[in-house]
Design a protein around this ligand. Sequence first.
Ligand SMILES: [Cu+2]
Length: 490
Amino acid sequence: MSRPPLPNGLAALAALAVLVIAGVGHVGSPDVYFRGAAGPYDVGVVSRPPGVVPGQLDVVVQVSNEPAAQVTVQPVLWETGADGAPPPDLAAPVLGEAGAFATRLWLMTSGSYSIRVVVSGTRGTGTVDVPVVSAATRELPMSPALGALLLALGAFLVFGLLSIIGAGAREATLDPGVPVDAPRRRRARLAVCSAAAIFALALLGGNAWWNHSARAYRRIIYKPLASRVSLADSGRVLQFVITDSRWRQHEETPLVRDHGKLVHFFLIRAPGMDAFAHLHPVTSDSNDFRVALPPLPAGTYHTYADIVHRSGYAETLVDTLVIGGQGSPAFSPTDSDDSWIVSGALTAASDTRRATLADGSIMSWDRGDTSLVANVIAPLHFTVTAPDSRPAVLQPYMGMSAHAMIARDDGSVFVHLHPMGTIAMAAQSIFSRGGDSTRDAPLPMPMTSATLPDTVSFPYAFPKAGHYRIWVQVRRAGRVLTGSFDARVR
Ligand SMILES: [Cu+2]
């Protein structure tokens, strides 16, 4: 690669060793972004999972095309369905933001939820389901100040009680002014000592209960399915195996196809993110998935496997893989939707606005002078122009007008999103037909029309500052085209 290396290349390489925890839904980007239609209303939904269970989910609904009179949201757990859900919550209008409504919902258990958004107004009522995965991903620490305050209050209570007990045993039955004799003093000391012993036992019991609760919570902290990525058949085949005993013993619901594929598998070369592949391994036993490996350059790759369970639970299984780079001249893709691209390395100065695609068309990032700020909706709008400078005619790629993959240079963030947002479409289909995913009918593809406009956009906010690469994939004239863009987020 002729471009200068990342100044923090070494750091990124070091980070490879410690990296990366797999994600619920996505990696390092827990917030859910959705854009779509609730009946006649165009809605954008942002929800922020709490990362603890039980915990409160922040939900903001933005109705953009029509004035909405009322918005309700309701958390529906897959296992219990709408009948077992709590009553809908009325979202409050956000002051100063026309069409925006916000509320907080309690998610009481871990699992696959859908947030049922109901919008009503002059054009009637519209409903849409936004899948959200509830998982405990962290333990909330107690702040030292609160700990100190509780300790002081506890000590005050215990010493107060001991002194009351001592005073009571010593002189409660004594007339005022009568001196305390030795037997009474002894009795008081005995009472204080016995009470102290009882309190000590109670404190020990409380401590044991506390530790037990903490251990029980740690047991429900999200653990991704154990899996392994390796090369087979002299490096020509990539093998992805789910090794987890929960999976092997059928304690987890089986996988469903998300836009037509059981697994969306991504490879990103570290540290420069200069090689990228989006593959779709196939399986005969639902444990062992295989796909022909495209001729990617040698190196260490972060791998991400996106899967969706029949419950609507979406997760990303993370690994690393070293590829020798011998390539195979006889490579033929396992799936005609498999794609890969080799481009220049991400540099500290990279801030790309234009990408030339493999068929000579140009993809441009229409972001004007907007700077990218963490946790603020980013202007992810892209236009494709044909080589003859006319607007390109796009076709659906796996049922979507476009797919975007976003990764941070250290591998700590990876998301796969679509014009409808970060949600798994399969999960949404499951909920919109009442949670019944047991029917064998294939989940619908959202888009079958053959020609699409030349502009695509994605609702998303980068989760933290840093250097990111974005791959935007579209299909034109039957060919999958990938544009790669770099961005610095403040
Ligand atoms: Cu996709």
